[in-house]
Design a protein around this ligand. Structure first.
Ligand code: GLC
Length: 677
């Protein structure tokens, strides 16, 4: 019999005979749905589990022995749970429900005996379970077949029904995949850009947006590496994460924002941890021993509620829904007030917690979990956030015609601007604050940690820094903190000169808060440079830590090529450039804001949309399709002179406008916008 022929063109022997292939699918089940029980109570989680074979699937039963009870009847709060791993589109040839039997002694995922030798239909009973199924496919030359492996948590009837839907696997899988793609494309369609940079397009249009969605929806529970099973939402990260999706799904964002506002205590502070069982109006607070005991969070953080300002402002301006300010929402503990009043209280919280110099106290932490400045120490970062809060609140007060309050806010802005300037400017940088003993942190003369990133970028974002200060301190950042993988949080790392409260010293140098490169801070850096009109710098900072731009260094970065991590190891680590802690709250959203408001310059305000891109000079042209307040904008940016920023002309539906600003009342359903830089 002739099995093949020699293909002259490709110079290879093409074998043409039927082939019999064994295809094996494998998935692991947790023993118990409670990950903590699984980790710390292995004896228990093993002895409630077993697997069965049911023709086209391996079924794992948790508490299977309760199957004699009527459905839903519980013993000690427990019922039978069933997970399955099934095969559709071909008959099962062999199966295995026991992890150790599938892998084989002294073997690993690289050479499981269940694949090498084949499976012998073992099941598990008090062991770690798995689902493994194989089928044998005989293929004629050129033939292809599709089968589907399905994993789920369903009882028999539903599992059967699901598996039967995939009998015609190729077609069903293709349909499901295209429905999934369509769903995601729909979610991401509110902003799509085409710039000359493929990494930027891929991050902004798809992967950073996806990352933002995931952390927004799952919060920290989605992070395998960071408190996978947490008892609630962290205040600051969750409020920051809302900013990452406001331009995509404003109403979904608003729901979470309302929720977080109800987690603000009536003294204006945020609950450091908002329980998953959060019951607005009835919660205890860090002032109650019960809260501390239950959450493990002993005190307020200085920054939590201040994150509400940029987030609420972004929601109001993106949607134009200023009525949101008048919505009445409960406080976490008791009482209720309008959103506007919630914001007032957040300001009051800072005013009620000032340190000896009259700057906001650092309390249990500010943004930096490793700075414990207490009630006597003070944080310049929080001072700048506070200053920015006053600026935003004044815009809102003016919008509402709240003249007395607006005047009071103006006076406060003056006072704090002067105070922060006097106390925190150190010639060429802003310091990081004061220790409980009143010593300056981050002054030029300090032997360690004498230059900090966040006070420099936030001096720009908050509008506190004057032009000369901004240029000077941001230049310092570039010269001293920047690296090919992003800018370090501070330099040099703490080792022998950490003050009490500089907890970063517990980490290896170059790691985490001890001079690691934080994605969050990188986002603020991108934004700050863009606000200064420095398109090249902003983009340089974007590229340094954009996952999509590091595929030629994947073995250095290690983390998935589409996800931001909490931090990248800095120059002081032997693994400089390696990134960690993916899918973490508060990591993807600040970069998104840096790109959207910063580089793309899409900056809504209460009356409309400001368009002030800050891009590399090489971007001669790019387009942005954006939904804004229910209207469609097709924006084309032309940059024939290769500028980094600046305004030359703006045309809305053919009409010239005098500033880089689209007043919302001029917008039609569909709009053609041309911006010339
Ligand atoms: C982590 C935390 C975040 C904190 C940051 C800096 O990313 O999730 O809340 O602000 O570390 O300490």
């Amino acid at each position: 019999m002739k099995y093949g022929y020699f293909d002259d063109k490709n110079r290879e022997y093409v074998i043409e005979r039927p082939r019999s292939l064994t295809l094996t699918g494998y998935a692991e089940f947790t023993n118990h749905s409670n990950y903590e029980q699984d980790q710390v109570n292995l004896q228990y989680s093993l002895f409630i589990g077993r697997t069965l074979f049911a023709g086209n699937r391996v079924v794992q039963q948790v508490h299977g022995n309760l199957d004699a009870l009527p459905p839903e009847e519980q013993v000690d709060g427990k019922i039978v749970t069933e997970r399955f791993f099934g095969l559709s589109g071909a008959p099962v040839a062999a199966y295995c429900g026991d992890k150790a039997s599938f892998l084989g002694g002294y073997r690993s995922y690289g050479n499981p005996i269940g694949v090498e030798r084949g499976m012998e239909n073992e099941l598990s009973y008090n062991e770690n379970a798995c689902g493994a199924l194989s089928c044998v496919l005989t293929l004629e030359p050129g033939e292809s077949r599709t089968v589907a492996f399905l994993l789920g948590e369903k009882y028999a009837e539903e599992a059967e029904a699901l598996l039967s839907q995939y009998e015609n696997s190729a077609e069903t899988v293709a349909q499901e995949l295209s429905a999934l793609k369509e769903d995601w494309e729909g979610r991401l369609s509110a902003l799509q850009v085409q710039t000359p940079d493929p990494a930027f397009n891929s991050m902004l249009n798809t992967w950073n947006a996806y990352n933002c969605y995931m952390t927004f929806i799952w919060s920290r529970a989605a992070s395998f590496i960071y408190c996978g099973l947490r008892n609630g939402y962290g205040y600051r990260d969750t409020v920051q994460d809302i900013q990452g999706v406001i331009h995509l799904v404003p109403e979904m964002a608003a729901e979470k924002l309302r929720f977080m506002l109800t987690a603000q205590v009536d003294n204006g502070g945020g609950l450091p941890l908002v329980k998953f069982t959060h019951n607005p109006g009835h919660e205890d607070t860090p002032d109650d021993a019960s809260y501390v005991q239950e959450t493990g969070h002993p005190a307020y953080r200085a920054d939590d509620a201040l994150w509400l300002f940029p987030t609420v402002y972004k929601y109001l301006t993106e949607t134009g829904n200023t009525a949101f300010l008048d919505e009445v929402l409960p406080f976490a503990n008791h009482g209720e007030a309008s959103v506007y009043e919630h914001l007032k209280r957040a300001i009051q919280f800072s005013l009620d917690h000032l340190g000896p110099h009259g700057l906001p106290a650092g309390l249990y932490a500010d943004w930096n979990d490793c700075l414990r400045l207490g009630v006597q120490g003070e944080s310049s970062f929080v001072a700048m956030q506070f200053y920015y809060a006053l600026v935003i609140q004044k815009r809102l007060a003016d919008w509402k015609g709240d003249a007395d309050y607006s005047a009071a806010l103006s006076a406060q802005t003056e006072t704090y601007s002067r105070r922060i300037q006097q106390l925190c400017w150190d010639g060429d940088r802003f310091i990081r604050g004061f220790t409980e003993k009143g010593e300056r942190i981050g002054a030029a003369a300090d032997p360690e940690a004498n230059l900090w990133l966040n006070p420099q970028s936030w001096s720009v974002i908050s509008t506190l820094a004057d032009h000369a200060q901004a240029e000077r301190s941001m230049e310092q950042v570039h010269a001293r903190l920047n690296t090919p993988y992003g800018a370090e949080l501070m330099d040099p790392p703490y080792h022998a000169h950490a003050f009490d409260g500089a907890l970063a010293v517990i980490y290896n140098p170059g790691v985490k808060e001890n001079a690691g490169i934080f994605s969050q801070s990188q986002g603020w850096l991108i934004l700050a440079e863009a606000l200064l009109g420095h398109g090249e710098r902003a983009f340089e900072y974007f590229l340094e830590n954009a996952p999509a731009a590091q595929n030629d260094r994947a073995e250095v970065r290690v983390l998935e090529p589409y996800c931001y991590g909490q931090f990248t190891e800095g120059r002081n680590s032997p693994h400089f450039g390696r990134s960690h802690v993916h899918w973490l709250t508060g990591t993807a959203s600040t970069v998104m804001v840096g790109c959207v408001e910063g580089i793309l310059g899409l900056r809504p305000d209460l009356g409309g949309l400001r368009l002030e891109p800050a891009v590399p000079g090489s971007w001669k042209e790019f387009t942005m399709d954006k939904c804004f307040r229910g209207k469609k904008l097709h924006i084309r940016v032309e940059n024939p002179e290769g500028r980094q920023s600046g305004f030359h002309g703006l045309w809305l539906n053919g009409e010239a406008l005098s500033a880089p600003y689209l007043p919302s009342e001029l917008l039609k359903e569909e709009n053609e916008v041309l911006l010339r830089m």
